[in-house]
Design a protein around this ligand. Structure first.
Ligand SMILES: Nc1ncnc2c1ncn2[C@@H]1O[C@H](COP(=O)(O)OP(=O)(O)O)[C@@H](O)[C@H]1O
Ligand SMILES: [Mg+2]
Length: 224
């Protein structure tokens, strides 16, 4: 595993109008190739931390670095490129329900303007890996929640992003499916992608010995 820092938060402060400050001094370092759990009660700020990293929210103060760039000062094309280097996975999948699984997985490749032949090779590769080849031609809304999440993972990973952020990816799934989702995220991590999973699923945390970051009372605590 490389020890190059991929993500660095330094003295990050964030508050929302009319509320107690959410983060008063967040410091964080994640190296390339790590698998991390980000945990904390609902409202602790897990999704906000992801949004800060994506540049969808600006901190009140402090520095957020990703792959050597200061995220807080990226604009225009650089910000778009930054966001494209991160694959996002959400609790509610956020797929285009009337389109096929394959159409959804193709989206990041289309945005990048990748040729038809490379596109189909990449789709084939990721769907084989995630064992979802047999549902590729199905309309998303005909699939189960777990199958939809596997499609969302394929969409997030198909262009081999540097980082995968999964925000409560198993919150709507039964334990068996949650395990399968977790196994797939582990597989992507073993292939070199850095993975950060926000979850309050205690069973998931207990079952897997990974580095855990806990958001509590506007600070970030390392739990081993
Ligand atoms: N855009 C926003 N405007 C105002 N308050 C927000 C906004 N986004 C998040 N918050 C507040 O910040 C806190 C943390 O939210 P969130 O990051 O979604 O927590 P978590 O993902 O850990 O449940 C909550 O109190 C939430 O209401
Ligand atoms: Mg959240």
């Amino acid at each position: 595993m490389s020890i190059k820092p991929l993500i660095t938060f330094r003295k990050v402060k964030k508050s929302f109008l009319g509320k107690e400050p959410l983060f008063s001094d967040i410091n964080l370092e994640i190296s390339e190739g790590e698998f991390i759990f980000l945990t904390g009660v609902s409202g602790a700020g897990k999704s906000t931390l992801f949004r800060l990293l994506l540049g969808l929210e600006k901190p009140d103060d402090g520095s957020i670095k990703f792959n050597g760039s200061e995220v807080t000062s990226l604009v225009g094309k650089e910000m778009l490129q930054h966001r494209r280097s991160i694959g996002m996975i959400f609790q509610d999948y956020k797929l285009l329900e009337k389109r096929t699984a394959e159409d959804n997985i193709a989206i990041p490749l289309q945005i990048k303007g990748i040729s038809r032949s490379v596109k189909s090779a990449k789709i084939k590769d990721i769907t084989h890996k995630l064992k979802i080849s047999q549902i590729l031609k199905q309309q998303v809304r005909s699939l189960s929640g777990g199958e939809q999440q596997l499609i969302a993972i394929a969409r997030a990973a198909v262009h081999s992003p540097t980082l995968i952020l999964a925000d409560e990816p198993t919150a709507n799934l039964d334990p068996r499916m949650a395990t399968r989702i977790f196994d797939m995220l582990t597989l992507l991590n073993e292939e070199g992608m850095t993975v950060v999973v926000a979850t309050h699923d205690i069973n998931l945390l207990k079952a897997h010995k990974k580095r855990i970051l806990l958001l509590k009372q506007s600070a970030l605590i390392e739990v081993h």
